[in-house]
Design a protein around this ligand. Structure first.
Ligand code: CA
Length: 230
């Protein structure tokens, strides 16, 4: 049963959310403080790490972004979805890299939130297959970490998801639509600019540590992770 940690100090928001997620069949834990969230993620309450964290930014004891940053620093590999009532804050969240995977503005519809949780779970479980041995990139899917030799490549959640999908189809083209649907939103339509931005950053990071594989754009179709010729 997938485990969801809800970090929210307002009971009016937390109660219906927890009820809805429980009805959906998740094992839900609710905490109202950032410190308690970090303790739970460290295995304090149940010793089972959450698959998805739904994280409010305006917590009484700590900024939600700080919770996010510390959880990643401590090696938390599940998905993190940020919720905030301050819409202007979403720009800050998206612009800076705290390691969150998705963002929702309050007030949110419960159906929308459920769909997003499902999408996050699909992604984190879909890529949990063993990565074949390879000389260049090494992807630790369980820990959501990427290495070039012994050097860890620091990736955001989205960059990791894109790279995992490309790596699972190594040397084959993955369409823009598939990447958008799997990494961002199953009901996406319109611009794929956010994908291009993510691919651009991913390339820079891989190049900066001397990874020989290249993310190649295939015009009009999508992207391919190319293994260099020996
Ligand atoms: Ca709050």
């Amino acid at each position: 049963m997938p485990r969801v940690l809800v970090v929210e100090d307002e009971e009016d928001i937390a109660f219906p959310l927890v009820r809805t997620l429980e009805r959906e069949g998740y094992d839900v834990v609710w905490v109202d403080r950032g410190q308690k969230a970090l303790e739970d993620l460290a295995g304090g309450a149940t010793a089972v790490p959450a698959d998805v964290v739904i994280l409010d930014l305006g917590l009484p004891d700590m900024d939600g972004l700080e919770v996010c940053r510390r959880a990643r620093e401590a090696g938390f590999g599940g998905a993190i979805m940020i919720v905030t009532a301050r819409a202007a804050e979403l720009d800050r969240v998206v612009g800076l890299d705290y390691g969150a995977d998705d963002y929702v503005a309050k007030p949110f519809g419960l159906a929308e939130l459920q769909a997003r949780v499902r999408a996050l779970l699909r992604r984190t479980t879909a890529v949990r297959e063993p990565e074949p041995a390879h000389d260049g990139l090494r992807i630790d899917v369980g820990a959501r970490r990427v290495y070039a030799g012994d050097v860890e490549v620091p990736l955001t959640g989205k960059e990791f998801d894109v790279l995992s999908i490309l790596a699972a189809q190594r040397d084959k083209v993955v369409s823009r639509g598939r990447l958008m649907a799997d990494v961002w939103d199953e009901n996406w339509y319109g611009s794929t600019k956010t994908l291009d931005v993510t691919i651009g950053r991913l390339r820079q990071k891989l190049e900066s540590v001397g990874v020989t594989e290249k993310v190649v754009a295939v015009r009009g179709v999508g992207f391919r992770l190319e293994t260099p010729a020996p």
